[in-house]
Every structure is written in C-alpha cells, then in structure tokens.
Write a protein that binds this ligand. Structure first.
Ligand SMILES: C[S@@+](CC[C@H](N)C(=O)[O-])C[C@H]1O[C@@H](n2cnc3c(N)ncnc32)[C@H](O)[C@@H]1O
Length: 283
C-alpha cells in the first residue's frame, strides 16, 4: 500500500524551483502560494518513484527530462465538458456558422482549433456544431491540441462515461455517440465524428511545430488564459492573430478577456468572443 508518511515537505526554494519550471515552459504564473497544490498533486508521484524528498525529485527531473511532461500533467487543471459555456455554442450554431454557410453556398473548407483541448470534449462539441449547421458537403476539420498526453489519449479514443455526456442534448447523443456493449456505462463517438477531429501533442506557446501555412477560421482557447502570466497571454494572442484567417473568430473562457483598448486587433462580440480585425497588410 502507498504511504505519503515519509515524504519531506518541500522548502520554499524547492517549491519555487518547481514553479519556475512550469512558468518557463508553460507561461504560467505559479508562485509559493501554490505550495499546497504542488504537494497534494506531486507527493504520490514521489512515492511511485520511491523518492523521499523534493530535493531528490528535482534531481530526478534534471536527470530524466521526460519527467517534465508528467510534472506538467500533474500540475495543470484539465476540467472540461461537452458544450461548456452554452452561450458561446449558441453563437457558433445560430450566428457564426449560418453566416459562413450563407456566404459560401456550395460548401467549403472550415478549419477550427481547440487550443488546450484537454480530453477532447470541446473539440467534439465544435465538430458536432459544424456537422449540424453546415451539413456533410463542408470539409470540416478540428485540430485539438494539448500538452497532456494522457488527456489527448482519451480524446483520440473518443470514449466517455455516461456521466460526462450529461451536457450533450439527447438528439445529439443518439446521433453522434454509440453505447458500448462491451463496457456498460460508456459511449464512443461515431466514426463520422471521430474523423473530423485531429489530436496533437503541442505546447501552445510554441506554434512552430504547426506547419506555417495552417490557418483557422475559428479558434477556441478557453480556460487556459487564467493560468498564464501577461507575457504568455500576449504571446498567445500574437500566435492566434497570425493563425486566424482574416475575419476569423477567437473564443476565450467566460472569465477571460482581451484588453481591446490596448490591443486593437480584436473586436469584442460579447461572451468572450472576439473577431479578428484586418491587419494593415490585409492579413
Ligand atoms: C482547464 S482545461 C480547459 C479545457 C477546454 N479548453 C475547456 O475550456 O473546457 C486547460 C487545458 O489547457 C492545457 N494547457 C495549459 N497550458 C498549456 C500549454 N502551454 N500548451 C498546451 N496546453 C496547455 C492543459 O493541459 C489543460 O488540458
């Protein structure tokens, strides 16, 4: 049986060292006030690794660079749900997508990005909205990216417990999810829906790993900004601005916003939705 009894509590310097790793790599603003979060999430990992102190863990991180990914997974929050923040999905389904459909009557390509997708619920909600509103003639793809390998694996499998599907309207549940006979209480997304979403391990602050020509009409980056320091937020807004097509839309979390009197590249549409204004060179 695992026991936490022999883990020495980290010193302030050790907590700061862990915060520095998170902040430098993910652009977070963690500080000593996160000591409880850090110990409550990492003690078990130290036990697994048979380490007795945070000093040993920091040494382990130095000699095992692959441990950083696990550290990031353990210290980030992955809460998500299908059709989270319904006002934004109402805007997408009743205003934005119908407008695109009207503009391009014969069907067209639509590229969306769920940036910080966790286990994929947001990406699948976007794909369902597109399928429902635009129909099958449109070539729709949703890029779903995150730094958490375990969450991405859930998304790629597309398998969710019934509990997690409570926010999916019943008619959409019937249409896009199949009850698993081999695993009671679990559903899997239909192959039709699955093939619209592409999961990718990626640090949002490093979009160099995405081919330079990829542009999106719609980007969702929700409930990520709240963890970021100002410099990282600005860097991410620059990346999103560059990656959006002219007139594209950016959806942030309901408690997140852009200071549009400082950053005039964005037109606020309400409910943390922003429209990309054209740049000086028309991009
Ligand atoms: C709270 S979840 C939000 C999930 C979804 N966007 C939603 O609103 O329901 C935040 C996700 O962002 C991811 N994340 C945080 N910082 C990241 C970074 N620098 N690069 C990629 N993913 C990141 C976390 O791993 C986590 O899965």
């Amino acid at each position: 049986m695992e026991t936490m009894a022999f883990i020495t509590s980290p010193s302030d310097r050790e907590v700061e060292e862990i915060c520095r790793l998170i902040n430098t790599n993910l652009g977070f603003k963690y500080n000593i006030s996160k000591k409880y979060l850090i110990t409550s999430r990492l003690n078990r990992r130290l036990v697994q690794l048979k380490l007795k102190s945070y000093q040993e863990y920091l040494e382990y991180l130095r000699t095992h660079p692959e441990e950083q990914g696990i550290l990031f997974e353990l210290l980030t929050t992955n809460i998500t749900s299908f059709f989270r923040e319904p006002k934004q999905f109402a805007y997408l389904q009743t205003r934005l997508l119908p407008k695109l459909k009207k503009e391009r009557k014969n069907g067209a390509k639509l590229r969306c990005w769920s940036a910080g997708c966790s286990s994929g619920e947001e990406a699948y909600s976007i794909a369902i909205s597109c399928l429902e509103t635009l129909g099958a003639t449109w070539d729709v793809r949703v890029l779903a990216s995150d730094i958490n390998t375990a969450r991405l694996k859930i998304g790629a499998e597309g398998k969710y417990p019934a509990e997690q599907l409570k926010t999916v309207p019943p008619e959409l549940l019937r249409k896009y999810f199949l009850a698993l006979t081999e695993e009671k209480g679990f559903y899997r997304v239909t192959p039709e829906l699955r093939k619209k979403v592409f999961f990718r391990l990626m640090n949002l602050l490093d979009d160099q790993s995405l081919p330079p020509f990829i542009r999106f009409s719609i980007i969702f980056c929700r409930n990520v900004f709240i963890y970021l320091n100002d410099q990282a937020k600005q860097k991410l807004l620059d990346i999103f601005y560059r990656r959006l097509n002219p007139g594209g839309h950016l959806f942030l979390g309901h408690s997140e916003s852009i200071n549009t009197s400082m950053d005039r590249r964005w037109l606020p549409l309400g409910n943390s939705i922003y429209h990309k204004k054209a740049g000086e060179n028309g991009t």
